[in-house]
Design a protein. Structure first.
Length: 342
């Protein structure tokens, strides 16, 4: 049977596509697993910083694009020329080579992690790996399979022609990606913090107004108190109420509310700083259910501090007096519930 003659070419675009398909999936999986691991190592119970993950993925894709571009520039255009009596290969890093048809012992596809290629076994020397045709690592294209069949016409009639089995060849890598990537992506979807659509507080609320909306008048009537401090900054606000001079026997002696709002950074979400603050303030506290996203209460010498977090806002209400426990919890619950989320 007379073999098909012609030329197979692999341009820079195919080298780039081959490099991207080989590097991008495992590197993206590594970025996801790394972000999950950081969530566990930093004491957040596996919560994943979405901003950090986004930057890791951008870094991975950038490194992949640079590697692919360098591979395309370095390899240039490679080709395999099929003549009536020989096969010639040139281009790329390899030296040009011509293989006479009688010297061909067998031709078969070879799969590496970087992709599929064609190997020519010779009688007179080591095998030659052709740089055209080529295709990506996950699935041999129809064009690659057609060109492989045409090349195999140069092999002796009794040469073994292994069938190209794309599914078993790609199965281990695909299974690895599914087994590791599936749970990792699911974990990020359910434990990610800092998604763009998450509701947050964009402006720092005034702590005194929050206390008023939480029912301070019911707990601590105006006639019994006077404001000792009212301070607000871009991400912080404090309000302090003390008893009037005429009534020092009130069941509430002092109410101090401190509110902090997290803006986030390039690599962390707005809620991260408030989570860290809550973990610090509630290290020895008793957790409370049904108040904001998380809440706790701590009791000390004559005072009680109720801490509540909602989204990127953390509020700590410290109350001194005989009714400190109930008043602190009620004010923190009402204040955190009245936050204007957007």
């Amino acid at each position: 049977m007379q073999p098909t003659t012609g030329t197979y070419r692999t341009g820079r675009g195919r080298w780039i596509a081959r490099t991207v398909s080989a590097l991008a999936p495992p590197l993206l999986l590594f970025a996801v697993l790394l972000s999950v691991g950081i969530g566990f190592l930093t004491g957040f119970g596996g919560l994943v910083e979405v901003r950090l993950l986004a930057w890791l993925c951008a870094l991975v894709l950038g490194a992949t694009a640079v590697s692919a571009g360098l591979a395309g520039l370095a390899q240039g255009r490679t080709r395999t020329t099929l003549g009536p009596y020989s096969i010639g290969a040139d281009g790329g890093f390899a030296d040009p080579v011509t293989i006479a048809r009688p010297d061909i012992r067998g031709i078969a596809a070879r799969r590496r992690y970087s992709g599929w290629s064609v190997r020519v076994d010779r009688w007179s020397g080591p095998p030659v790996e052709l740089r055209a045709p080529l295709c990506g690592p996950w699935w041999p294209s129809r064009r690659f399979r057609r060109e492989l069949a045409e090349l195999q016409q140069y092999a002796p009639p009794n040469a073994v022609r292994p069938r190209l089995r794309p599914v078993p060849a790609a199965l281990p890598a695909l299974l690895g990606l599914v087994i590791l990537g599936g749970p990792a992506v699911g974990w990020v979807a359910t434990h990610g913090m800092g998604w763009p659509w998450e509701a947050t507080v964009t402006a720092t609320p005034d702590a005194c107004r929050l206390l008023d909306s939480a029912g301070l008048d019911r707990q601590y009537p105006k006639r019994l108190r006077t404001r000792a401090e009212r301070t607000s900054r871009s991400d912080w606000s404090r309000c302090v109420w003390e008893p009037t001079k005429v009534d020092r026997d009130s069941r509430v002696q002092q109410v101090k509310a401190t509110l902090t709002r997290g803006d986030g950074t390039l690599l962390s979400s707005p809620t991260r700083s408030t989570r860290v603050g809550f973990r610090t303030l509630c290290r020895n506290g008793i957790r409370l259910d049904g108040i904001g996203d998380a809440a706790c209460v701590r009791s000390g010498a004559g005072s009680t501090t109720a801490v509540a977090r909602r989204a990127n806002v953390l509020i700590a209400v410290k109350v001194s007096g005989s009714s400190a426990d109930a008043v602190a919890t009620a004010l923190a619950s009402g204040a955190i519930a009245s936050l204007p989320l957007s």
